[in-house]
Design a protein around this ligand. Structure first.
Ligand code: WTA
Length: 655
């Protein structure tokens, strides 16, 4: 790793904004001084400028009971009103909110007025189904306009959404429904992916069945969008079709104000222990920082720009930058249902050309897979509308950054590398495209109003040209407000490590270069980053061990050219199974098993069947050594192993 870092830090290419870009930019360098002179006043101004408050706040930040923050605590607003009605009332109802394109090629153009109408009807339907302030609603949908409408309608009622990624299994869905105590599920018959309709409703049915455990799910109603027209089972009294209920509902619905700290959503993310954590976000602070960063980091000119964030709504990026922030800012977006390869590689570039996308925000894993396919594919399309590129999800290698800028950005477009997390709610570290001289591979500087640092294990600032742990030293408006139902775990996970300083620990390693710019180095805990998605080793290990053939399992992240990291599993089988099965057959079966237990994204790239796992005397699995094996390196120091011969046996078995 350290060699790699040195290499990174010797990266000396620099790209200043063009004078033209800087001149037209939404913000200039003075914004940093403004924010630094008084962070709290600064955020108060942003909240007033960017949002409509039904009841103005007088108190910006209440940090009297850390780490439980209140932002704009005595203010009241309606998140959906901010994203919809106020634009229509200001005469911008005809502006396109979304250019939607389904994977099979069906399209819909949805204006702000139309989206507002749909959301009002849906809000009436949900009210009818018994959803009110504080109730939880699970959303399990493909990337279709109904997904966006669902989030907004739930928010409009002051209820709380919990989106479950459509690629997750029935098991994952049920665990999330149970944890949140969801009352309603919104789903679809299926969605299109890689040219095929993939089923969703059937997973909901399975998730809600008693599954032999005799425990009833909390869900009372299931609202179903018809998308693929595949056959579905129907539970009378519980299930209802969207196309029956929503168009028939009244389009009159007045948005009520809710307190700034009213919960807005829960989103589950992997932690170091097995159980996913329900990250809780609230309303006013979240929307303020979302809108602020979207406007400044992406230099949004709402009247002329066409913004496309490729993230699925199942991840936080889809919440903040494909839904809330762009809508709050009145932007026009592209929404695409499917994969970049269908019907052939280049589909994304076709969409950029077709809709004249000006700002394009995606993940390094996607950029790397395009690099592999070759520049000929994007070069066949007219991408000249693009004026800004963004990256998120994992460190972007300088080569991928350069390729992105050269091939997609015609060698001239600024690239902003944005660091943030489900927990931070919105972008925390990024260049500002009209201000910062960018460096390929570095996220660089905190956004105005955000305070971050790189510290050593005692929490002391490491200075320039040094590495350490990334922390936030001050509360920020979009910060998570907790872990659903588990305040102790919230304090333990994020605030215990530097409790004497009151710092938030992000779980990432970072380095400052000689200029003080920040370079992200990846997770320091047992969380992997596969294609920009966080997966916990413990969660996948639990799934492996749940298979009847498995005696013990250890999972590590091995580096992977395309996905950043890949899941690599080491499994000890029960003796009885090896007698009747081949190791290869079982390895394949276990890969598929993880796919059905958690979802395809968690399926291991490699499953190695081994006789033993490396353990310390206290019985802890030494993942560091397995990582060496997974990456084909010489195995590191084995002195603390209980049995030092284990590693040579494992290495032989793996080869
Ligand atoms: C990683 C996604 C380097 C990081 C918004 C973080 C990044 C985790 C970057 C959060 C970036 C995200 N450079 N690493 N620009 N962006 N990460 O919760 O390890 O899905 O902790 O949020 O992704 O992933 P999450």
């Amino acid at each position: 790793m350290s060699q790699q870092i040195d290499h990174l830090l010797n990266e000396d290419r620099r790209f200043a904004p063009s004078p033209e870009f800087a001149k037209n930019a939404i913000v200039g360098p003075e914004i940093y001084d403004d924010a630094n002179s008084d962070r709290v006043r600064f955020w108060g101004e942003q909240a007033r400028d960017l949002l409509h408050w039904h009841k103005p706040f007088s108190d910006v930040l209440d940090w009297s009971n850390p780490p439980f923050a209140k932002w704009f605590g005595d203010g009241e607003l309606n998140v959906a009103y901010n994203c919809l009605d106020r634009h229509v009332e200001a005469g911008r109802g005809d502006r396109v909110a979304y250019h939607f394109e389904g994977e099979p090629g069906d399209t819909r153009t949805i204006t702000y007025a139309q989206l507002t109408d749909e959301v009002k009807r849906l809000a009436n339907v949900l009210t009818e189904l018994g959803v009110g302030q504080g109730d939880r609603v699970a959303v399990y949908l493909p990337m279709i306009p109904e997904a966006i409408a669902s989030l907004l309608a739930i928010a409009r009622l002051g209820a709380v959404h919990s989106v479950v990624f459509g690629g997750f299994s029935a098991d994952s869905l049920r665990a999330r429904i149970d944890d949140a105590g969801a009352k309603v599920v919104i789903t679809a018959d299926g969605g299109y992916r890689k040219g095929r309709p993939s089923a969703l409703k059937v997973n909901v049915d399975e998730a809600l069945s008693d599954r032999g455990e005799g425990v009833q799910a909390t869900v009372e109603k299931v609202l179903v969008v018809r998308r693929t027209e595949q056959d579905v089972e129907w539970t009378d009294g519980r299930d209802l079709w969207w196309h029956d209920a929503v168009p028939a509902a009244s389009a009159d619905h007045e948005a009520q104000p809710f307190p700034s700290e009213n919960p807005l959503f829960i989103l589950y993310t992997s932690g170091t222990t097995g159980r996913p954590k329900g990250i809780l976000h609230t309303s006013g602070g979240y929307l303020t920082q979302a809108a602020f960063t979207h406007k400044t980091v992406f230099d949004l000119h709402a009247e002329t720009d066409v913004f496309w964030c490729t993230a699925d709504i199942g991840w936080v990026t889809g919440h903040t930058y494909a839904t809330y922030a762009p809508l709050a800012n009145g932007a026009t977006q592209v929404l695409y249902e499917g994969t970049p390869e269908f019907p052939e590689p280049g589909r994304w570039w076709d969409l950029i050309e077709k809709y004249g996308v000006t700002i394009f925000y995606t993940a390094p894993t996607a950029v790397r897979s395009f690099m592999k396919q070759g520049r000929e594919i994007p070069q066949k399309r007219d991408l000249s509308s693009i004026r800004l590129l963004g990256s998120v999800g994992e460190p972007i290698n300088p080569e991928a950054w350069m390729w992105f800028r050269d091939v997609i950005g015609a060698g001239a477009t600024p690239v902003v590398d944005t660091w943030w997390q489900t927990e931070t709610g919105a972008i925390m570290i990024s260049a500002l495209p009209g201000v910062t001289e960018t460096k390929p591979g570095s996220a660089q500087v905190p956004v105005p109003g955000v305070a971050i640092d790189v510290v050593d294990e005692k929490g002391d600032h490491v200075g320039n040209d040094a590495g350490g742990l990334l922390v936030a030293t001050e509360p920020w408006p979009a910060m998570l407000r907790g872990i659903w139902g588990d305040p102790d775990r919230f304090v333990d996970t994020y605030w215990r490590m530097f409790s004497d300083k009151g710092y938030y620990f992000a779980g990432d390693g970072a380095r400052r270069d000689a200029d003080g710019d920040v370079w992200l180095l990846g997770r320091v805990d047992d969380v992997m980053n596969v294609s920009g998605h966080r997966l916990s080793t413990a969660e996948i290990e639990s799934a492996l061990v749940a298979h009847e053939a498995t005696a013990e399992a250890a999972v590590v992240g091995g580096s992977d050219e395309t996905t950043g990291q890949a899941v690599v599993a080491f499994v000890i089988l029960k003796e009885s199974f090896l007698k009747t099965n081949t190791a290869e057959g079982l390895a394949e079966e276990l890969r598929a098993w993880v796919g059905t237990q958690i979802g395809a994204i968690a399926r291991p790239r490699d499953v190695y069947i081994v006789d033993e796992l490396p353990k310390t005397r206290s019985g802890k699995i030494m993942r560091r050594l397995l990582r060496d094996v997974a990456e084909g390196r010489e195995v590191g120091d084995t002195q603390t192993l209980a049995d030092t011969s284990v590693m040579s046996v494992i290495t032989k078995q793996v080869r």
